[in-house]
Design a protein around this ligand. Sequence first.
Ligand code: IPM
Ligand code: MG
Length: 360
Amino acid sequence: MKLKLAVIPGDGIGPEIVREARKALDKTAEKFGHEIEYTELLMGGASIDVHGVPLTDETIQAAKSSDAVLMGSIGGNAATSPWYQLPPDRRPEAGLLKLRKSLGLFANLRPAILYKELRHACPLREEISEKGFDMMIMRELTGGLYFGERRTEEIDGVLTAVDTLVYNENEIRRIAKKAFDIAGKRRGKVCSVDKANVLDSSRLWRKTVEEVAKDYPDIELSHMLVDNCAMQLVKAPSQFDVILTENMFGDILSDEASMVTGSIGMLASASLNDTKFGLYEPSGGSAPDIAGQDIANPIATVLSAAMLLRYSFDLDREADAIEAAVQQVLTEGYRTGDIMSEGCTKVGTAEMGDLIAARI
Ligand code: IPM
Ligand code: MG
């Protein structure tokens, strides 16, 4: 098969971790007889430095004309980087939000798995971590608070900021359907997370999800308030299969879930629309403080590349091969600094990438 991939290394650790994911993709392609054509694109701070804006129309077009996009991470240190002297709509993050919106990527899948080998890296008490967990956070990605109207104005001499949280039932229905479909391929449970005791948007969310559930009699649906969910994630994470939630709640809960797995450097993600097209990126950020030091964990990006093969190309055997290689490297005791523990072998970003590629 011929795979046309757009690659956005981005900022901070982005270029390093993407390089390692490409090693895994190249090895997989070689092994299974595929051909990958890469087109590198600029986004975020890297694009600001060259074009003055975090995302150009040409970049959007180039991304659209590929089969899938592999991304590293974008953004810098807000306190020190000149990118953050720019107006908010010209900063690195604005580029990522615009790209997701332009590509219609409404469904963000963030799997959070506690690997047996990494149980001691899990910050939870042993009686909780020994149960393990394997959940899929489904975050709505192109609506809600991050895309509503916003403004800051002075009212009677007082600075006042407004952000609006808008959802219509169609936006809720399409992400709910995706969540139920995915739950059907897993353990058949969806926990929809909202704040229906306060927010109208959450009440509509809950009502719509319940309507969609009628078409999925085999899926067990439950509802949970977001504050309770934040607590349950550290108290009893093994109860979750698919967590379905709106944009901001998903942003926050997925960071929490990732840390419970031991490190945010382990979490892959896929952002999908209604076609096979998708954008694949690690859940973590650009970590500018450790950029360029060969210490970042590339595993989340390598696993994102596996998701790319699985969801955009239906190459399940190939994706399995990458995931198995990651598992094997962990079993053999290789660790980057973030997941290091006694008795293991500490390796850098590039060596971790080489070790994984060699096991594909
Ligand atoms: C994420 C990030 C982004 C988001 C930022 C960088 C805009 O935190 O992918 O979770 O909030 O979606
Ligand atoms: Mg986030």
